[in-house]
Ligand binder design. Sequence first.
Ligand SMILES: [Mn+2]
Length: 290
Amino acid sequence: MNMMPLPERVTRHRTIFISDIHLGTRGCKAEFLHDFLRHTESETLYLVGDIVDGWRLKKIWYWRTAFNDVVHEVLRKVQNGTRVIYIPGNHDEIARNYVGLTVGGVEFRADDIHKTADGRRFLVLHGDEFDGVVRNAKWLAMIGDWAYNTALWVNSVFNWGRRQLGLHYWSLSAFLKKKVKSAFNYIQKYETLVADTAEKRGVDGVICGHIHHAEMRMIGDILYCNDGDWVESCTALVEDMDGQLSILNWAHISHGRVQPAAPSEPGTGARSGSEEDAQASPPRLPELVG
Ligand SMILES: [Mn+2]
């Protein structure tokens, strides 16, 4: 029997919110995001900041073809009539120069008010302005990106060294647990601060990103929504036709379909993909139009 491949299922949403993609970094899960974009459609797509990681790219040029796939998929959506709104974050702050303009059909905004189908008003912003760490010490925030993986790698090397010297195992995990606890406190403080600001703006809720922690819960009278990230969790916030909001975890939904790039070991210089692929050229962007 001749098996026909099943047609690819596309889910329609009213609005999709994604952020913290960090194109230009090794951690970026571009393969998952490309799969997500291909299997979803929406009237409006919000890019809620840290889409391209200018901080990293300035230091090391790293661009895989999968990153181009993501950019092309977004541009294809623009051409097919999806309204795309880009709210720059801190890692792509260069895009803040475009705020108020429409570039290649993409509307750039500092923040926005989104009205859901059931009439609720949401403040949409990236959220780094609430982050004291980022505001006061950029380098500290940058360290956070790779500190955890590096710490795990250091731990194994460190303890191998200790074994050679006949010393007992000293785990970094107790130390890290303490750090995780303080990270948890930090996230709570951040969420409360964002919700307070939303309350002052007189909206029903807030949609942000930045801290790479997808969430949707009531904080006082405010529905706090965080769309997560595409570095670790591969999450998006979606609004359905009736105004219902929910978080999609695409790593789970696409299970077995997406072949992620091979992980690279911190400190060994190993790369995911070939050297050639890591030097792929960025896409040619459309002309300025507004
Ligand atoms: Mn950010």
